[in-house]
Design a protein around this ligand. Sequence first.
Ligand SMILES: [Zn+2]
Length: 458
Amino acid sequence: MRLVSRLLFSMLLLLVPPSVLAEPVSVQHLRVWRAPDHTRIVFDVSAPLEHRFFTLQDPPRIVVDMDNARLQGPLPEVETGGPLLATVRSGAPEEGPLRVVLDLKTEVRARSFMLKPAGPYGHRLVIDLYDAKATQEDATAPKDDSRSSVPTERRVLVPPAARDRVVAIDAGHGGEDPGALGRRYRTREKDVTLSIARELAKLVAQTPGMRPVLIRDGDYYVGLRQRYDKARRARADVFISIHADAVPSRQAFGSSVYALSEKGASNAMARQLADKENASDLIGGVSLNDKDDMLAQVLLDLSHNKTMQDSLNLGDNILAELRRIGPVHMRNVAQAGFAVLKSPDIPSVLVETAFISNPSEEKKLRTPSFQQQLAESIFRGIKRHLARVPVAPSVSIQATNNPLDPPREHVVRRGETLVSIARQYNIHVDALRFINDMWGADLPVGLRLRIPSRQGDG
Ligand SMILES: [Zn+2]
């Protein structure tokens, strides 16, 4: 009987436009994450939600209207020690949209977007607040969506000069994205990675001629692309992403080091790990509007440079040092398509320090002494690598307003693959996919593909 009535109910649902559905979306929970350049407010909701927001002055506040929504209980108290958000309160209207008011300490620019279920979360409504007075320079703020206004980057070589070697240290995950969870103590990967990153930064800072840049220095999420953008802006010489992996087996143990691969993963585990780490943006929350032409440019630059070889060399050195303090999971640097390592000009590796899924490694990962040991090993590996490479001329990045050169066209012939076409034009296959917005496997004969031009050629 119940099944029959459920079926009848679902058939009825199909007939009714969604806005008239009786069942309101429940707003279940609220979290606030404070990053240096923005504050993120996340509402857990039971289903996708139509919403609008508008800003009001005197006092500054943002009003968010959520259609057909209802609070499941009182809004939780939120930590509002930051410079932007003062309080979150809600009206309880008899009918009409649910109204939530964000009282602000200053004028902000805001953006909002929905996130689909990912990792530990269901549907989420995200509102990001940026200080309206902050300079455009350091804000990873919402940009105009019009593509023509997005500046592309052109690199200009500056004569070599004595300068500090810059080590970009990326603590994996953060904020909305907890990363892997330990089995015994529920240790969160994002906390362990931040502790190790800070230890490593200390060691680098104490060394004459070296300077650390912490890509994340708190409990907030940074998009994978923003991570290497930040490293590039800091003119980093190396980029180290720190993680602590979990796998289904409790027995897996030891450290591993990964580098980017253009051709695909070097083994199944590397591929699974890359898939998992790349899902961070879904869990941590990156608006789909964030992708722009710069990504295509970055991917274009990936082919034809020695960054990959340098990354492997850096990885080898770190792995050799890690081997001195404990077991390693794989004897060589493994490779896969890690989004966070796709920096075209900075040798980049991802270090899985240990398995947080292994109870005894989880226990060790929590201790400051093991975190210190890991940081020291990674540090010695970096030093060994940098000692072998000459100080690179400082690469300064200047934004220009020159758009990408006008794309050429390629008509797909029988037997061709995206990889073979990419090779033919000397471009990265991901750039080809990106510029044609092609993410599936289908490549019908006769399809017209846009072929991006390599900027800086000729
Ligand atoms: Zn991770």
